[in-house]
Design a protein around this ligand. Structure first.
Ligand SMILES: Cc1cc2nc3c(=O)[nH]c(=O)nc-3n(C[C@H](O)[C@H](O)[C@H](O)COP(=O)(O)O)c2cc1C
Length: 375
């Protein structure tokens, strides 16, 4: 590996609120289904610390806000004392290496079934329309979804409060902040998108009404831990988990404008071109640029980025930071490799969601030690 003689836009400093980042390569939130019984495990200490660089931003895998929030096996939570305690050594390990660590908090809503719910009850949602069975991401298993129960208007503040409590717990666990998961057809998206939300109360109908729940979550979380520690992830253009909107551009813009009122730290947007269910990059007439121009905080983009495209997005001012998913799974030292333009390890989809604590998780190799020190 030679000298770095050219500026690599992804490897330049960036000040995100009070956080001094030394580069723009973010670890995207990545569900890995290795948190047995919804409790983060010791092997996650190594996994996250491998992916930590000094001044790098990491976002955790989606983490449940309550016992009704789960829809996949062995995903972590942050609603019990045991879970909070289990996160602490993971957060400490990331901090020890100088990383900045945000916890992605979610509620899956109707992307669930009786088996994941307390007392076998129905999953909750904005609607009582069920999802059709889907092939799981491993391409083999079918995911079965139970008919959800439409939340009553008077129950919604309780769910908002679950997000508030989860955010407080995240700070107690030592996280630098939280990312509210408002993307990919989970509970917040089930309220925002008009092809799912069929409510007639003040949480359904107009754009303002459909976004009310998400914005109440943002407000509550910001009030609880400070807006300067809050980010949100949105995918207005995605149709993942049957959550589509008839006018995603209007939804995107409305959210960007509304988020400005709370002064939150960042907005993390998933590119319209990415079809998450198939991970296929497709041509699309949509762009995130109107949102980029409207949102006043840090703008993070994700979805099918290569080193080259990430560099270009930063150089062109289309994003402040770029989150990488699959490449970061396979390359624990991804920022370093991007800096050196080093070759990348290939990722193995077959082990994305398997439960082994080593294989496909912490066994992807680093660049050899010579390369790591030669610069
Ligand atoms: C194994 C896997 C797990 C994922 N889990 C999450 C998740 O927990 N939360 C989330 O918002 N997105 C999740 N995503 C989406 C990624 O964060 C990212 O947006 C997506 O992979 C596209 O980026 P990439 O092309 O760089 O991988 C996941 C993706 C993969 C491949």
């Amino acid at each position: 590996m030679g000298e770095v003689d050219q500026i690599v836009p992804l490897i330049t400093n960036y000040k995100m609120g009070k956080f001094n980042l030394s580069h723009r390569v973010v670890l995207a939130p990545l569900t890995r289904q290795r948190s047995y019984g919804n409790v983060p495990q010791k092997h996650a200490i190594l996994y996250y610390s491998q992916r930590t660089s000094k001044g790098g931003l990491l976002i955790t895998e989606a983490t449940g806000v309550s016992d009704t929030a789960q829809g996949y096996p062995d995903t972590p939570g942050i609603w019990t004392k045991e879970q909070v305690e289990a996160w602490k050594p993971i957060v400490d390990a990331v901090h020890a290496k100088g990383g900045i660590f945000f916890c992605q908090i979610w509620h899956v809503g109707r992307v669930s079934n009786y088996g994941f719910q307390p007392n076998g009850q129905a999953p909750i949602s904005s609607t009582d329309k069920p999802l059709t069975p889907q092939l799981r991401a491993n391409g083999i298993d079918m995911a079965e979804f139970s008919t959800p129960r439409r939340l009553r208007t008077d129950e919604i503040p309780e769910i908002v409060n679950d997000f508030r409590t989860a955010a407080r717990n995240a700070i107690e666990a030592g996280f630098d902040g939280v990312e509210i998961h408002g993307a990919h057809g989970y509970l917040l998206d089930q309220f925002m998108k008009d092809k799912v939300n069929d409510r007639t109360d003040e949480y359904g109908g107009s754009l303002e009404n459909r976004c009310r729940f998400s914005l109440q979550v943002v407000e509550a979380v910001a009030e609880e831990i400070g807006a300067d520690r809050v980010g949100i992830r949105l995918s207005p253009f995605s149709e993942f988990s049957e959550a589509a909107d008839s006018n995603p551009e209007a939804l995107a813009l409305y959210m960007a404008e509304s988020l400005n009122k709370f002064g939150i730290l960042y907005c993390h947007m998933v590119e319209p071109r990415l079809k998450l269910s198939t991970a296929i990059i497709s041509e699309t007439p949509f762009t995130l640029q109107p949102m980029r121009k409207t949102f006043k905080g840090t703008f993070i983009v994700a979805g099918g980025y290569t080193r080259e495209e990430g560099n270009k997005a930063i150089a062109d001012g289309r994003a402040d930071l770029v989150a990488y998913g699959k490449w970061f799974i396979a390359n624990p030292d991804l920022p370093r490799r991007f800096e050196l333009d080093a070759p990348l390890n290939k990722y193995n989809r077959d082990t994305f969601y398997t439960s082994d604590s080593v294989v496909g998780y912490v066994d992807y190799p680093f660049l050899d030690s010579h390369s790591q020190t030669s610069n």
